[in-house]
Each structure stands twice: as structure tokens, then as C-alpha cells.
Ligand binder design. Structure first.
Ligand SMILES: [Zn+2]
Length: 227
């Protein structure tokens, strides 16, 4: 029987699969997701499953060495990639997709330039990991190396990966990356996209810290202080 402590992570993984399938970021069995339950285990999608229909009980749980802890199904072939991200970056959740725009650009670019300030949430310019056969340690190593200083990366001729402290964050970053790839694609179709330089990026970081960007706050109703 599954220890109750994994219920939340398995449900998180299943629900995240449904959401990404609905958004067109995962299609059929392509892509894999995982969420960490402290030091106890990692809930991860099984290999060969249709992600749009994944149930929490289909989600496999392994320990940090990849040994089966709970579940009936063999984990994704990219298990080493997921384990590597948890070991090296202390992530809480990892999302790997073959999202169409990210995958298209992964076939062309060596790096997705920082063309919009929201990309700073991904670490600025998004690196592209070298191509290697799916499911290999070589692929995992290449991706882990380019993730240094970034929370998302493209994987050459393959797809995209994002990690965050929790599943909601990893989903948000995956959607943001796909959006940024779409913007770049459209801009590049009609011209040469201008890139935010280091000074412009620093100014965004300073402004975001000062104004608490991305968080809601009560409106100021005092006319004395309005301005
Ligand atoms: Zn893949």
C-alpha cells in the first residue's frame, strides 16, 4: 500500500499532466514530470502512459537512487535526468516536455536570447543542451550542465525542461518558456529580435525587488498617499 505521504505528490503529478496536456505542451505519451516528497521519495510519471489520462495511482514513486518505493509501473526512461536535477539543484518538481515551440527552436538555436524581461524568471537567456539519445546518462549530463544558473533549458532536437521548488512553479516556468519561444518565433519571422542587454536585465531585477513584481497587494485607498 502507498504510504499516505505520497498521495499529494502523486496527485500533483497527475493533475499537472492533465493541465499540460490541455495546454498542448504534452501530447500522447511524450514528456515526463516528477515531484519530490522531501527525502522520502520522488513521484514520477511512468514510461509509456498517456499523460492526459494519468491517474494518481499510475504515478510511480522512487527514492533518490531510483529504487522503486511505491506504484506498479516502470518509471519514465528519463529517470536519470530527473534524479540528477534533484541531486544537483535541490528542486521540488521537474517538468520535461516536447512542447511544439520549444522543440522547434531547440532544432535551430544554440541559446534562446533574453528578448523579454519575464524570461529573467527562467534565468535570462535559455541555454540549449547538446543532443544525445533519449534516456541516456549522456543526455542527462548535458542538460544538468547547462541548467547551472538557470531554472529552464531547451534540449537540442528534443524538447524543454524546467524545475522549481514546487509543481505549480515548474508548470508556470514551462508555460513561460513555451510563451517566450512563441514570441521569439514570431519576432524572428519578421525581423531580427532585439535582445535585452546586461544593464537592462539588471534594471529589471532592481525594479522587481523594489515593487514586489508578480505578487498581488491591496490597492492604496488613501487619497493622501495616491500618486
Ligand atoms: Zn523527451
Amino acid at each position: 500500500m502507498t504510504p499516505p505521504m505520497f498521495e499529494r505528490e502523486r496527485t500533483d503529478v497527475a493533475e499537472a499532466c492533465h493541465m499540460l496536456a490541455q495546454g498542448g505542451l504534452v501530447i500522447g505519451t511524450a514528456g515526463n514530470l516528477s515531484a519530490r516528497a522531501g527525502d522520502q521519495g520522488i513521484a514520477i510519471t511512468p514510461t509509456g502512459a498517456v499523460l492526459a489520462e494519468l491517474a494518481p495511482e499510475d504515478v510511480t514513486v522512487v527514492d533518490l537512487q531510483g529504487q522503486l518505493v511505491a506504484g506498479e509501473l516502470e518509471p519514465t526512461s528519463e529517470l536519470d535526468l530527473h534524479l540528477g536535477v534533484y541531486r544537483r539543484y535541490e528542486a521540488g518538481a521537474v517538468v520535461h516536455t516536447h512542447a511544439p515551440m520549444a522543440t522547434a527552436l531547440s532544432c535551430i538555436l544554440d541559446e534562446l536570447p533574453c528578448i523579454h524581461y519575464q524570461m529573467l524568471l527562467l534565468g535570462g537567456p535559455v541555454p540549449v543542451a547538446p543532443y544525445a539519445t533519449f534516456g541516456t546518462q549522456e543526455l542527462a549530463n548535458g542538460v544538468l550542465d547547462v541548467l547551472e544558473g538557470h531554472s529552464a533549458a531547451l534540449m537540442a532536437n528534443h524538447g524543454a525542461i524546467a524545475h522549481a521548488p514546487d509543481m505549480a512553479g515548474a508548470i508556470e516556468r514551462s508555460l513561460l518558456l513555451e510563451w517566450a519561444c512563441t514570441v521569439y518565433w514570431r519576432a524572428a519571422a519578421i525581423g531580427s529580435p532585439k535582445v535585452l542587454d546586461e544593464a537592462q536585465r539588471q534594471a529589471v531585477v532592481a525594479a522587481a525587488l523594489e515593487r514586489g513584481y508578480g505578487t498581488t497587494r491591496p490597492a492604496n485607498r488613501d487619497p493622501e498617499e495616491a500618486g
